[in-house]
Design a protein around this ligand. Structure first.
Ligand code: 6PG
Length: 271
């Protein structure tokens, strides 16, 4: 009988804090609950709260739930919204991460566009767009150093990528730049593609980084990322370990299935 971790239980795997919840709704609600606590605390110390959103499908539910709570649930007039990555498409393209967030959250809450900082995926010069995004990030810099996000949301692909840091792609080990145009080649991007992405170094300067990982298709990669050896080229999500901030994984039971398997093996071995 496989040992089931009860939902809501915390696992501490190789110094990672992993919170296992029943499903996508529960994962999304856990993030909302955390934001409801953290945002006011941060705003008691500073004027704005900066958050970087991830793309893909997982965060859609979170953004829709935030929208449903209404404008008063969070102090949106003090929240600066950024993006972790963007596809090189127009902002109204179906594949645009900005379009997903606009439809799910910005439009329903009528958020002020001045506080929404999108990456210009439509630019014909992606490297120039990445450089321009670094200018957008400059107000987050402390003492002339790196930009420091208060909160970064990340997803993880079934191949262990995060943001647009895909296995074997050139941007993986860029420790000098904050945002780059990354040349990727993955079945998940339907072959070769250029993506705009924060670098792992930029993400690792954040105060809080949160992975949202849901679905059985992520179980294999999550096991490798959290419990396998260091294989950053193959599993770029392993590159995320905030230098001073805290990383928490919010995962659903389906994505955590392999974690439970391994726990079971260890238990057997230890009896
Ligand atoms: C993107 C994301 C990407 C995403 C993962 C998971 O632009 O697609 O930033 O890193 O978080 O691919 O995507 P799903 O949530 O759709 O599984």
């Amino acid at each position: 009988m496989q040992q089931q971790v009860s939902s809501g239980e915390w696992l501490h795997i190789h110094r990672h804090d992993v919170r296992i919840l029943d499903d996508l709704d529960a994962v999304s609600q856990a993030v909302i609950d955390e934001l409801a606590t953290i945002v006011p605390l941060v705003l008691a110390e500073q004027d704005t709260f900066s958050i970087a959103l991830s793309g893909g499908s997982t965060p859609k539910r979170l953004l829709a739930m935030l929208a449903k709570l209404g404008r008063d649930a969070l102090p949106w007039d003090k929240i600066e919204v950024f993006f972790g990555d963007e596809r090189c498409v127009a902002p109204d393209h179906a594949d645009s991460n900005y379009r997903m967030a606009k439809d799910s959250l910005f439009d329903p809450l009528k958020l002020d566009g001045k506080r929404i900082h999108r990456m210009r995926g439509e630019d014909t010069d992606p490297a120039g767009a990445a450089k321009a995004y670094e200018d957008e990030l400059r107000p987050l810099c402390r003492d002339g150093g790196w930009p420091v996000f208060d909160y970064v949301l990340l997803g993880m692909g079934s191949d262990g990528h995060t943001a647009s840091l895909f296995p074997g792609s050139p941007a993986l080990h860029d420790v000098a730049r904050w945002c780059v145009a990354n040349e990727v080649d993955s079945p998940l991007t339907k072959g070769k593609a250029t993506r705009l992405t924060l670098t792992a170094a930029a993400i690792n300067h954040a105060r809080r980084v949160r992975f949202l990982v849901c679905g059985a298709d992520k179980a294999e990669a999550l096991d490798h990322v959290l419990q396998g050896g260091a294989r950053h080229e193959e599993y770029p999500a392993q590159l995320i370990h905030p230098y001073a901030g805290r990383l928490v994984w919010f995962v659903d039971r389906a994505a955590a299935a392999k974690l439970e398997d391994r726990t079971e093996t260890v238990r057997k071995g230890s009896t």
